[in-house]
Design a protein around this ligand. Sequence first.
Ligand code: DX5
Ligand code: ZN
Length: 227
Amino acid sequence: MTALDAGPVGALRIAPSILAADFGSLANAVAEIDEETDWLHVDVMDGHFVPNVSIGPPVVKSLRRYSTRYFDCHLMLSEPGRYLGAFADAGADGCTVHVEVGDTAALIAQARELDLRVGLAANPDTDFAAVEPFLADIDLLLLMTVFPGFGGQSFIADVMDKVRTARRVVTERSLALDIEVDGGIDERTAPIAVAAGANVLVAGSAIFNRTDPLGAARDLRAAAGGR
Ligand code: DX5
Ligand code: ZN
């Protein structure tokens, strides 16, 4: 399957996280917000890298039939290399692995080989120095604004220093790299993250836990300075 186009690098992107959606009615939940969805963020948890389990390739494959959006898969897995092929086959467009699991260069090469867009994620307490050597080889840097594992947590504002550093380095080196933030993003925190240099905003609770998810996604985009 050919990966979908992610759109212009650096442009504002709203990426609803389906982790907060009703899993019993996922296709409907995704359809409801489609108009305001740039990327669909898929949180994959293994109960090992993070203390929670969520979904895997079969759900991506099923959902693929109901959405033409770019699937941004966030692999919170201790051994992502075992599953990258399955995600590519299932219809993932981009896969993000965590730098904390190691083997980063090999994982990036493996994802490239599968024609996936490649992301590298860092937890809130992981230094920028850990991801810096890989910036020229990836398409997306995900700077977690909560400790991964659960939706509905509070935004960790201290991570904004790292976002600013990342944006400065991307600009200085003219890198074609998206900077994504994930965790506790809502109408209040989105403008803070964008001002620091993030351009992809993941939001779960702030979209799906609202009575009007489509309106919430629209409000989030407006708060972030989008149309
Ligand atoms: C956390 C996940 C996030 C999470 C965001 O482990 O990576 O994508 O679903 O949820 P909210 O927006 O509720 O913080
Ligand atoms: Zn995520």
